[in-house]
Design a protein around this ligand. Sequence first.
Ligand code: FAD
Length: 467
Amino acid sequence: MEAALSPDTAEKTRLFAALEALLGARFTRNAALREQHSHGVDGLPPKLPDAVVYAESTEEVARVLALCNEAGVPVVPFGAGTSLEGHVIPVRGGISLDLSRMKRILEVNEADLDCTVEAGVTRQELNAHLRDRGLFFPVDPGSECTIGGMCATRASGTNAVRYGTILENTLALTVVLADGRVVKARRRVRKSATGYDLTRLFIGSEGTLGVITEGTPRLHGIPEATAAAVSPFATLAGAVETVIATIQSGIPVARIELLDEVQMEAVIRYSRLEGFAPAPTLFLEFHGSEAGVREQAEAVEAIAAENGGLGFRWAVAAEERNRLWKARHDAAWAALALKPGYRPLTTDVIVPISKLTEAVLGAKQDIEESGFTAPIVGHVGDGNFHSVILVPPDDPEALERAWALDRKIVARALALGGSASGEHGVGLGKREFLLREHGAEALAVMRTLKEALDPRGILNPGKMLPD
Ligand SMILES: Cc1cc2nc3c(=O)[nH]c(=O)nc-3n(C[C@H](O)[C@H](O)[C@H](O)COP(=O)(O)OP(=O)(O)OC[C@H]3O[C@@H](n4cnc5c(N)ncnc54)[C@H](O)[C@@H]3O)c2cc1C
């Protein structure tokens, strides 16, 4: 399929002239802008796109894709470039199609608890827009990323345990196919039983099946009461057992996040948190009525006490809560600050909740045996956790050992019935695990879908499906 891509320079020259005529200065070959679009937040080798295109409407995206498809030139959609697995690296050159200027909030339907926005709106921009209406959009990766990028990577975050991921929080999409056709995937209703569910097909397709230009996220009412707590533990096992018992008891926690002692130390240092100790710790949040929040919190506090919890430290005032969650969201930067100049290799496994202890303690032992600094942090209420393996620069042998550690952690998660990625996605970094996780037949179906929707293979080639 990829042989159809045209390396023909004359063809590219004609394409670039056509794109410049269409977009003016929003088609650029500027070196600094190409560099900025040559990588995400990953340690993988960057590659320059031939050019960067800034689109401002669905119609423009359709025109750009039709031209690129005709010329057989690759197109890599680009949101905020915060993905962690080499997703946006244009490994076969071509155009980096930047959607970040598509920032219109097209409608907010307060009565239906949904809205429609262009792909370049970030989650923070959407929430700032909604705040005065008493509504919020709950999906919260620890980065400033776009709705289009979140849909494309099937993202989630700390709130997913209560509110779901971007998948459960997206009603409809507008998607441009490789040849420029525009598809409206589903309507803004809570459920629908007509046709194949194209919204679900495009969510998590990482720019390989189409370019998302609009999304219709679900919204939620800001809860009447919110309380956050931080709970240190004597042991990592005690913290994980508390999570499992909390979820199995059906307590509707809004957030339950694990930081091991290495990550906790990094966060304390990076975010200057005072009065906290570098111990395995849970960050918790409860939403509901005043009475409901109290009841949930008391139930979790009792479970924690049975598992070696060293007491809850409460944060009820909004300012203190925001400071804590900002520190949690900055955990990745805090981890990087432990070893300045080192490259991150991030694991992102997820297992069924009953297997969480085995998965986390196994990963911890692997890390200790490896000798790497690799803090563990995770959205453990979903069974999902990360370790950020810090790899010294320009040391191929260390990089190879880091990949071996990643493979070991993933192999255990797969053996426990889990997945190689709970939220970051496949990109380049996790391609090797797809066959083991899904099997040959499921992979063949995925290839059939890719070939049907993108027969010339122009959309983000070299990603997701293994060669
Ligand atoms: C500090 C930090 C913390 C993070 N925490 C989390 C977390 O808690 N949870 C989580 O899920 N992720 C997390 N991430 C990863 C990242 O933020 C998410 O994957 C995010 O969804 C990527 O969005 P983006 O706009 O940056 O997309 P990009 O990185 O620009 O693109 C990601 C992929 O989507 C494709 N794409 C982008 N826009 C479109 C579009 N409009 N149409 C079609 N394809 C498109 C790209 O081609 C690429 O394959 C974190 C990253 C960082 C740096």
